[in-house]
Design a protein around this ligand. Structure first.
Ligand code: FE2
Length: 205
């Protein structure tokens, strides 16, 4: 072939672990809802900034330091983040990676999360806890979208890697990692049931 792709945008998608996910997620969902019930400031912040839903992003955002459940999950997620960083050929010799933020997102029917990125970290991700059938996935945007200038639109049947957006399904028990600069959003939840996820950022030193 005369052409070859360069500068890929890489996403990581793997189950958290091989066994015991149902029990683990059931317990984690209980804790996520307890955090929402306890977090008066976070519910007030969410009313203004996360319409219809709840996030502890602005209030209880270092849950790995306060909860043994979240600390255990942090250890497992760090293994996945290491694998992802290795896949990206990042030089972590003599360096360490560490979680900076860890928070809960609960999206009832009709709540959405508009396009954003995660500043002050290099790898971010989400772990899915409760994902009712038909709930929205995570939609990523081609980071070069603003540079396409006078390019014609893409074919409807363009190869997946040539499309301008990709949506990963939200699947309970799965870890989804991305580089923190990659913009993403969650469409409105059409399900009567809540969609629950936990999100996190990693930095290095
Ligand atoms: Fe995000």
């Amino acid at each position: 072939m005369a052409t070859r792709a360069w500068f890929p945008t890489t996403l990581y998608h793997e189950p958290l672990q091989k066994r015991g996910l149902d029990r683990f997620n059931a317990d984690l969902a209980v804790e996520c809802r307890q955090i929402r019930d306890y977090d008066d400031d976070g519910r007030r912040w969410s009313d203004k900034n996360y319409p219809g839903g709840y996030t502890s992003y602005a209030t209880l955002n270092r849950l790995h330091e306060f909860s043994s459940t979240f600390a255990g999950l942090e250890r497992k997620l760090t293994q996945h983040v290491r694998r992802f960083a290795r896949e990206l050929d990042m030089d972590l010799r003599g360096r360490e990676i560490y979680m900076t933020d860890f928070w809960v997102n609960i999206m009832p029917e009709r709540s959405a999360h508009s396009l954003h990125l995660h500043p002050l970290s290099f790898i971010s991700g989400t772990y899915y806890v409760v994902t009712p059938p038909g709930c929205p996935g995570l939609k990523f945007e081609d980071p070069r979208l603003s540079k396409f200038m006078a390019a014609p639109p893409k074919l409807a049947k363009a190869r997946p890697e040539n499309q301008t957006h990709i949506t990963y399904p939200a699947q309970a028990g799965w870890v989804l990692l991305f580089e923190s600069w990659l913009r993403h959003e969650v469409a409105a939840n059409p399900c009567a049931d809540e969609r629950i996820s936990v999100s996190f950022n990693y930095n290095w030193r």
